[in-house]
Design a protein around this ligand. Sequence first.
Ligand code: URA
Length: 239
Amino acid sequence: MLPRTARRVDATSRKDPQERDTVSAESVTTRAAQGLPRNASLSEVSRAASACRACDLWKAATQTVFGEGAKKAVIMLVGEQPGDQEDRVGRPFVGPAGRLLDQALAEAEIERSEVYVTNVVKHFKWSPAERGKRRIHKKPRYSEIQACRPWLDAELERVKPEVLVCLGASAAQALLGKDFRVSRQRGQLIESSLAPHVIATVHPSSILRARDDQSRHEQLNSFVQDLKQVARVVKRSVH
Ligand code: URA
């Protein structure tokens, strides 16, 4: 069940020695798995994850943000990691990106009750802004994503979604391989053992960062089109 990655991880950003990532991926996944009870229910897994210390991200985060939604959801949406508001509230996708996601789901006529939302990393990774009190999102390292992987696998095993949707490059590359390019393959059905149907699309945060209103509007439209594709797949496979 667990990825057996024995090689040492060196997702080194040569520009930033702070980001040097030399933790063994096997050691971190094993650490998280030790807190994972066998045959545990989704709520029990969520409780176990709240005490996860498999990597160092818990130190600066307020709490673990586990996935939530229908326990047997047909669709699982996977983002990157909780943001500032999610970290404070303890629930995924409740901040600005979550509000945009809700809007797009509604436009695609996907009910929230059909959906389970989660992230590949369950602690908020951030650094303080140079001025002021803002906490600036930092991209998780490969080893941090690996450390958290047993929790996501546990969610997948229990929810067993019919359609798995990766939101953005971090989720897509974590789940579909580092060569996956959302820009080229978004909206397409991807062959994967993770779920009967797997699709990747953009992360709603990228739409929030659009340079102007017109571009934001176009990007939102494309995102809704991808979610409509998800809705069609659900209709075909469930009905
Ligand atoms: N971005 C994510 O990827 N996940 C969240 O839960 C919120 C913002």
